[in-house]
Design a binder for this molecule. Sequence first.
Ligand code: ADP
Length: 620
Amino acid sequence: MTEEKIRLRDAIKINLRGLLLLYSLVPGNMFMTGLFIVVDVVCSYWDYFFLAKFVNDVVLGSSREVLVWDVILVTIGRTLINYLFNSLQKFWFYSGSNSWELPNAHLNEKMMSMDYEYMESESIHNRRRDIDAMVRHNGGGVCKLFWLATPVVEKVIQMLVAFGYTAYLVSRSFVAFSVEPVKAVLFVGTFSLAFAALLMLSTKKNKVAEEKMYRYGEANVPNDRQYEFYTTEYMEKGECGKTIRMFHQQNLLSSHFEKLIETIHGNIDKMSREDQKRNVWVGAVEALVSGLVYFLLAVMVSKGAILVGSICLYAGCIINFLYHFRYCLVQWVELSANTKYVKMYLDFLDIPNKKYEGTLPVEKRDDDQFTIEFRHVSFRYPGSDQDVLKDFSIKFRIGERLAVVGKNGSGKTTFIKLLCRLYDPTEGEILLNGIDIRKYDYREYLSLFSVVFQDFKIPALPLGENVAVSTEYDAQRVELVLERVGLGELLQKMPAGLNTPLYTDFDKNGVDISGGEAQKVAIARALYHDTPFVILDEPTAALDPLAEYEIYSHFDDLVGTKTAVYISHRLSSCQFCNDILVIDGGKAVQRGNHEELVKDQEGLYYTLWNTQAQYYQTEG
Ligand code: ADP
């Protein structure tokens, strides 16, 4: 978290941009908010004004009709306006117009559209989590902006009205002391000084307390991250559950977790103690100011400068002014402290996509004749000083089968990531039909590929939507691919057919599927998209070599005339391929078919084949 100081001008710009962003989420929000502000201001002065008028009308002996109208306005009028607008306000805000989730929509969109390399960056994930943690612990960030800024606008208008009345009162005091102007100045001066001194004292106390409270909330942000780690990322995960039991980690984890909870609660306690101390102070100051105001008004009434009923109006105005001033101050301190979180949110949205997006359309070819070439490609991951691929050159054509084999960590997945432009090469170029892939429209280029990654994910959505990656799809075609990958029987058993949600995370009517079935769903998803290239990047790594071989060779039958790329660290899985590329330490070291490669006793393939065969024999 940055500790840079934000200049006032920048702070205003940041908050305004944040507010506009919030308002832009729901059309009409700005108008409705303005309307509610005006109604709130009218309502808060309504009582003082009509109560004062009522008492003064009584004192002046006004007609019964006037008095009845005064009473109606004070009671029914105010209640009616309040009721009507409160209902409208609740309806408007609770119907989602200012829901806390809305700003998340921008963040989610950003996460899904940012360059892929950011998705593999821990610092980006931490920044995203910090934004959430801030909302949880301080209710802060852009979500809070609406609730901080809107009341400030309202209170400032309230203060202006109160100020107008107070100015009028001061002018009346000069009338009251007209024969003794020195006394008038002394009277108003003393009062103003006492008022200002008390106001400043209250301001200072409030500011200090608010800043401290914010700091305690802020101190819980990293704790929150830890809390999430212990709960959702560790204690609740099945795979960690095994380790917890095997190594009796319960006590170790519980003791750390308890310490963390203590720290979090420590900060919350400090916050609430600070709040209580501040309230005592503020209460005392407000009591003193109220006393002063009533004394001033009593003097004015005795001098005949104002009518007795106007005490309600002026006392209300001045005390309101004080209250609004304090409120604005608290909001201001919070707004200032919150600014850096709004900035955090906006900075996150502003993270620039570095990847150059070309405009060239991908040639639509009926014969699907595409050639891909890696020409002297070197690549290193951002922040790393080691090349993962080094001077890597290969060429392959549509309709061919390419197997990429090599030890774990040799750069096979990186090769696929570059092929799909999830990253761009650090040096060299990748060509599609002789043109650098950076020049193509990225969406069009990506639509050439379907990849089943090692860490593929099947979200808890209906089966049909999962395969088609859309809510609208050709059901017959989905059923056909499910059949082809061997999920026909499973589909028969699904209670709502393609509409059956997978997994029971969000829907108790969902159906939990096994790892192997999930793999088949992922393969069906790749096939449904009917792209010229399909790639299997070891989605079968958790299976034994024989099962992997069966899936790979069966898949080979399924892909027909498409180009298929098979990645595996197990040579046996890919021996059916006529074209096998061996990668070692980021370099393409051998290429050929199984028979050729296994003959070359100097080559890596030969060594790996014999080593792995030995293991399989031992395993078998
Ligand atoms: P393979 O698929 O052959 O197992 P990878 O292409 O996944 O190998 O990884 C090649 C090398 O790149 C490994 O040393 C791995 O640690 C490193 N690597 C992979 N992903 C990243 C990343 N996001 N950031 C930094 N290094 C990475």
